[in-house]
Design a protein around this ligand. Sequence first.
Ligand code: NAP
Ligand code: SF4
Length: 666
Amino acid sequence: MLSPIRAGQHMLRNRVIMGSMHTRLETEPDGIAKQIAFYAERARGEAAILVTGGFSPNAEGIFDPEGPRIDDPKEAENLRPICEAVQAEGSLLCAQLLHAGRYAKIEGCVAPSPIRAPINRYVPREMTDADIRRTIEDFAKSAANAQAAGFDGVEIMGSEGYLINEFTVPHTNKREDEWGGSAENRHRFPVEIVRAVRERCGPGFLVIYRISAADLVEGGAPADEIADLARKIEAAGADILNTGIGWHEARVPTIAYPVPRGAWRKAAANVKAAVSIPVVASNRINTPELAEDILTSGEADMISMARPFLADPHFVKKAREGHADEINTCIACNQACLDFIFSDRPVGCLVNPRAGRETEFRDTPTESPKTVAVVGGGAAGMATASEAARLGHDVTLFEAQDKLGGQLNLAQAAPGKDEFNETLRYYSGQLQKHGVKLRLGQRAGLDDLNGFDHVVISTGVTPRIPDLLGVDHPSVATYAEILSGARAAGETVAVMGAGGIGHDVAEFLVTEPAEAHNTDAFCDTWGVDPKFATSGALAGDPLAPKPSRRKVVMLQRKASKPGTGLGVSTGWILRNALRKHGVEALGGVVYDRIDDAGLHIMVDGAPKTIAADTIVLCTGQEPERALAEDLTARGATVTMIGGAKEAAELDALRAIDEGVRLAQSL
Ligand code: NAP
Ligand code: SF4
């Protein structure tokens, strides 16, 4: 991973690319300053090439009405300071050229054929021959604008179901002219774009082409056509072939935590077998060990990681310095990166609150060191303690359990969410590195907290026990008891509460442990060809049922559809997985009582009994605040954060963000 590699006329300092990410920083006040801080920090972290978020090469290609473009030389020139900041730190900066095609959320979007995307309400207009030729020219002009503004190269986005990808496969290309029909014709558009960019920008300009290595949609390309396209793109003048996996409309998860690490490496290997220019593996690669394994196995020449550089901009540098254990690992939760972008917020990161907000945080040590007690070693407490100690405060962390982590220890039991162990590993390491005094297994009392300048209460939450007749029946367990393994569930289970935790518990109950880690099992579950050879790399219906041996019913009182409050980019995966595994979800229920016969409810005005062996309470949390109230009464300086402050909607995102920000303000 750390060895140099030649790409075109460039000798790259290592084999790592920071992949393209939408950041929305360009829409922020002081957008250029924020982008400089964002990209320069990642260049200091030593990735060889950074690829920007996508710039449209023309007006029809913008992703949404505010989407950035690079077809105006003056607009491109505004980006020069970003190029200079990155280059000053020794990395190359490539602008991604992305024409959104039928995914553009605008009136007047265009595509090879007028077929609406299932994820867009706008029907695209079919491009004329003149439109196609003009668009090729738009790509070339935009690349030249990037070059003139100081970029080292461009990445031409040919995957994920955007315009170029729409031309390459029959799924979206029904044309009968020279741009459709045979593979030769369908490949003409990307090949002409690469040729035009190379001709316009000369041999020294880095040209990366991102090829779709597995479309994951019906009517997608088979491996032999992908290999054929790869060879043509190489011949047309590309220096590097990056790989993309899955269209945005695919019903197969591609990057979120249910996808095993390295699941797509063989798709990159198929491309590599076809060409001699460097090929890049991407998607769900988040550790240096995995990157090394893919490179040494010969499946790819380079690795692209995007979200891991949000989680830790210094990923490569830490690996080079022998501190890979200090990398803050991306846990593939999507909660603050994609989900923020989808809700029109600038990109962030659950495990690293500084991501995308670099200008809001400081690294300079405090000028007035304080003695700080942090009570509670969950996500909020660990984040506060490690950041406060890093800035020079004298910090003691009390944790009543004999191990750190709090709710993270429960979250990591859900299928695929054992990635949270990395967050625990990272923050535990930071506590040690910055000299936090750990008091594990010690429930801090009032007297233990005497004499500290500041006390931080991060005592977290306890499961809410609803006021319901029979809730103390032996069949009833809390989510904490089930996820921690303290109680085992029976064969028929009623899950009360259909929030994030209810869904996680239901998923936990119906998933065989191997599924979360084994690529073959994952491919089998989601109908993917493990050799990535078939059309679209599909081997079946991604939504085909996979019944579980356990019968689970999940309930909520609200009449709305269960699961609507889950994260935009992961909720659909959870909902589909539960449906595939035969979990029944019921909304609009009224709980009546629990007894030996099971859980009695009213639904649609009719009584019903769910004869469950186990009834799991996932009915929210209550804050643990008693200590804070006693301390405040004594006049101590106390700050409550995380679940102790507000149990509703608590998640690790808010906990870590509040912790780090509090530490910065002490
Ligand atoms: P939640 O999302 O607020 O869900 C609590 C559930 O309990 C709801 O279904 C609620 O629905 C029900 N409920 C609340 N009070 C009740 C009562 N007195 N009696 C019966 N039912 C009651 O909270 P959570 O599931 O505990 O999750 C906590 C936090 O963790 C959330 O903020 C979530 O963002 C986060 N989280 C997210 C995920 C994810 O997105 N995958 C996973 C885990 C955790 P009704 O009132 O309609 O019955
Ligand atoms: Fe990774 Fe989650 Fe951070 Fe996104 S928010 S970069 S998925 S850890």
